[in-house]
Design a protein around this ligand. Structure first.
Ligand SMILES: Nc1ncnc2c1ncn2[C@@H]1O[C@H](COP(=O)(O)OP(=O)(O)OP(=O)(O)O)[C@@H](O)[C@H]1O
Ligand SMILES: [Mn+2]
Length: 300
């Protein structure tokens, strides 16, 4: 397969996988990020659970019966949404993932922010991070990334995406309620867990270009590299509780251990160059303003 085909495969044709959404939720929790709303596997009857109960004409209109007599439906969107990409029951049942729906945008507003390490989605263009080795220095000057917490959130997300092999993190979302200190939501993980034999190290660009990592993340990653807490074992155990288990094949589980070693190696290299102080970022404690009560005492 040529390079071009590879890129084409990853960005435009790669299917979205329900098991990737499930596995990503479990991994995010094991990494102690807790930034993916809970996801679980479900066997859905597309006819009785969706078609027969919906009152939405748009949704009804995308259902059809395939030549093999399976009930299918496709999505309506600006691109990539055609009957060729339909999903079909067998003839009615279909495996899917169910994600906890976040509170409405009017109740809990959130922003969609383009990733500073977005990939070029054209064949001619190159993004800043791909050509400029000092890219992180310029990002650090710009709001909101001049707040280190925001940048550290982007770096955590890069570690997460590298482990699942997700090259499609074009945007991330953030609740506005928490201001600049808000956490990044890890939504839309369906393009993870594609090829277990391929490690796309450029997904780690925010980590190796900025050479910073939260101390908590560093500790957790080291813990999951110990034989008694091996990431693949903890993941396998966690995923075994899903009703669609098994969710990941053995090679995908083993790929997690291998990629974890790569992350640790990248951080160690940063530490060798810049020193631990500069790389491993300690949690900033919010110092509460202390009110000093002055007692006017009458001196003898
Ligand atoms: N658990 C959730 N609760 C509420 N809204 C969600 C949830 N997950 C995703 N969304 C919203 O649904 C929209 C589409 O989700 P998602 O990005 O997963 O789909 P997509 O088909 O991959 O879209 P895109 O092509 O833009 O990447 C997003 O705007 C996102 O904010
Ligand atoms: Mn997407």
């Amino acid at each position: 397969m040529s390079k071009l085909r590879m890129i084409l495969f990853f960005y435009f044709v790669d299917y979205q996988r329900h098991n990737a959404e499930i596995a990503a939720f479990h991994l995010d929790r094991i990494l102690d990020f807790r930034r993916v709303p809970p996801v679980s596997g479900r066997l859905v009857n597309v006819t009785s659970d969706i078609l027969e109960v919906t009152s939405n004409a748009d949704l009804e209109s995308v259902f059809f019966v395939s030549p093999a007599n399976n009930v299918c439906f496709f999505a309506k969107c600006l691109y990539m949404c055609k009957t060729e990409y339909a999903v079909c029951g067998n003839p009615h049942t279909l495996e899917g993932s169910l994600s906890t729906f976040l509170p409405s945008l009017s109740f809990a507003p959130r922003l969609s922010v383009p990733s500073p390490w977005i990939r070029s989605y054209t064949f001619t263009g190159k993004e800043g991070w791909e050509v400029n080795t000092a890219y992180c220095d310029s990002i650090k000057q710009l709001p909101p990334y001049n707040n280190p917490q925001r940048l550290l959130g982007v770096i955590d997300m890069a570690v997460f995406d590298f482990l699942i092999g997700n090259m499609d993190r074009h945007h991330y979302e953030i609740f506005t309620k928490f201001g600049d200190d808000g956490f990044l939501l890890h939504l839309d993980n369906a393009r993870g867990f594609g090829q277990h034999s391929r490690d796309e190290t450029t997904i780690l660009a925010p980590l190796y270009q900025c050479c910073m990592l939260r101390e908590g993340t560093w500790q957790r990653l080291n813990l999951l590299a110990l034989p008694e807490y091996r990431l693949s074992d903890v993941m396998g155990e966690s995923l075994s509780h899903d009703s669609l288990s098994p969710i990941l094949t053995e090679p995908h589980l083993r790929a997690l251990d291998r990629r974890l070693q790569t992350v640790l190696m990248v951080v160690r290299r940063c530490i060798n160059v810049h020193g631990e102080e500069a790389v491993i970022q300690k949690k900033v404690k919010h110092i509460l303003p202390i009110t000093v009560h002055r007692h006017t005492s009458t001196l003898p």
